[in-house]
Design a protein around this ligand. Structure first.
Ligand code: K1U
Ligand code: ZN
Length: 173
């Protein structure tokens, strides 16, 4: 396993529609392992393949809140929201590609998601709370959408400028 570097906004790779994964391969399983390691190292509670520069439909997540609880890593190939609740919830979201910035986003409170698991088996499950928020945030990444796209143009511009500054500083360091 190895750490991958995280793509920082603005970057054209974060605006692209990602390709479905046709068949699982050892290379894709290695990528999933690397993404989990990168997510835990960041630290984060989710990560999508375009955030490590790979434009394929793969996400990882572990939205267990309790720091003393056992890790619950989830790997999803070709994840899709197949049903969303009318009820919404608001969560202060962050993004590893938009460092140090947070904003409230309103999303469906519960979602049914289908995906292909690490063994190539189709799965479907219902998610609520933080899991629902994180999975929707990660699936948005696969469609070139960022959480700041839900905000006003002014807030989005402000956060983009701050992220651009952090990106420049990190490149110089
Ligand atoms: O996709 C990403 O950029 C990861 C992002 C996921 C996310 C967080 C909050 C709401 C929606 C989606 C993050 O993990 S940001 C870091 C973060 O929220 C966090 C880090 C450590 C402990 C707890 C949270
Ligand atoms: Zn993100």
């Amino acid at each position: 396993m190895s750490l991958r570097s995280i793509v920082i906004h603005p970057d054209p790779r974060l605006k692209k529609l990602c390709d479905p994964v046709p068949d699982l391969s050892d290379e894709l399983r290695r990528l999933a392992d690397d993404m989990l390691e990168t997510m835990y190292d960041a630290p984060g509670i989710g990560l999508a393949a375009p955030q490590v520069g790979v434009l394929q439909r793969l996400i990882v997540a572990d939205a267990v809140k309790d720091p003393d609880a056992a890790p619950q890593p989830v790997v999803m190939f070709n994840p899709e929201v197949v049903l969303s609740s009318d009820e919404t919830s608001v969560y202060e979201e962050g993004c590893l590609s938009i460092p140090d910035q947070f904003a409230e986003v309103t999303r469906p409170a519960e979602v049914r998601v289908s995906w292909i698991d690490i063994d190539g088996n189709p799965q479907e499950g219902e998610f609520q709370g933080l899991w629902a928020t994180v999975l929707q945030h990660e699936i948005d990444h696969l469609n070139g959408k960022l959480f700041i796209d839900y905000l006003s143009p002014m807030k989005r511009q402000l956060m983009t400028r701050k992220s651009q500054k952090i990106k420049r500083e990190r490149a110089r360091a």
